[in-house]
Design a protein around this ligand. Structure first.
Ligand code: TYD
Length: 138
């Protein structure tokens, strides 16, 4: 996987003077079956999280509220994607280093995953990630 496999997906937006509505469907806007949904909230403004890679877990990230930057890195190239609208999602395949930074105050990050939570799926240091990537193990 490379940073070119990361993609922004525009979600349906039903505009309505009473308030807009968006939605996501698995195996449609999200290109995998959803096994897990979690959200990150109460993040102090400017804070960073999520410096790690997943061996198998694919992710789909939505900025439900506020804004933050997602950094993706394949060991050769690094890309920054700013999410700031709730009708866009970011698909991040497994096997990439990723960080989320620059959270705005009161932002809310919604994340869908393709597998259940398991610490063994995480690569927690960038050095280990580079090693695995070089060996073709991730
Ligand atoms: P982690 O994914 O490391 O957070 P971030 O990438 O945003 O820094 O998760 C932080 C902790 O939360 C981790 O030690 C275990 C727990 N956790 C779960 O129990 N289930 C989950 O689905 C997630 C994502 C995390």
């Amino acid at each position: 996987m490379t940073v070119d496999d990361v993609r922004i997906v525009e979600l349906p937006k039903i505009s309505d003077p009473r308030g807009n509505l968006s939605f996501v469907e698995q195996l449609n806007h999200i290109p995998f079956e959803i096994k897990r949904t979690y959200w990150i909230f109460d993040v102090p403004g400017g804070e960073s999280r999520g410096g790690h890679a997943f061996r198998r877990n694919e992710e789909f990230i939505v900025a439900l509220s506020g804004a933050f930057d997602v950094i993706v890195d394949d060991g050769a190239e690094r890309k920054k994607i700013t999410l700031s609208r709730s009708y866009y999602g970011l698909y991040v395949p497994a096997g990439l280093w990723r960080e989320i930074e620059n959270f705005s105050t009161n932002s809310l990050a919604l994340e869908f995953g393709s597998i259940h939570y398991g610490e063994q799926d995480y690569v927690r240091t960038y050095d280990e990630f580079l090693k695995l990537k070089l060996n073709g193990e991730i």
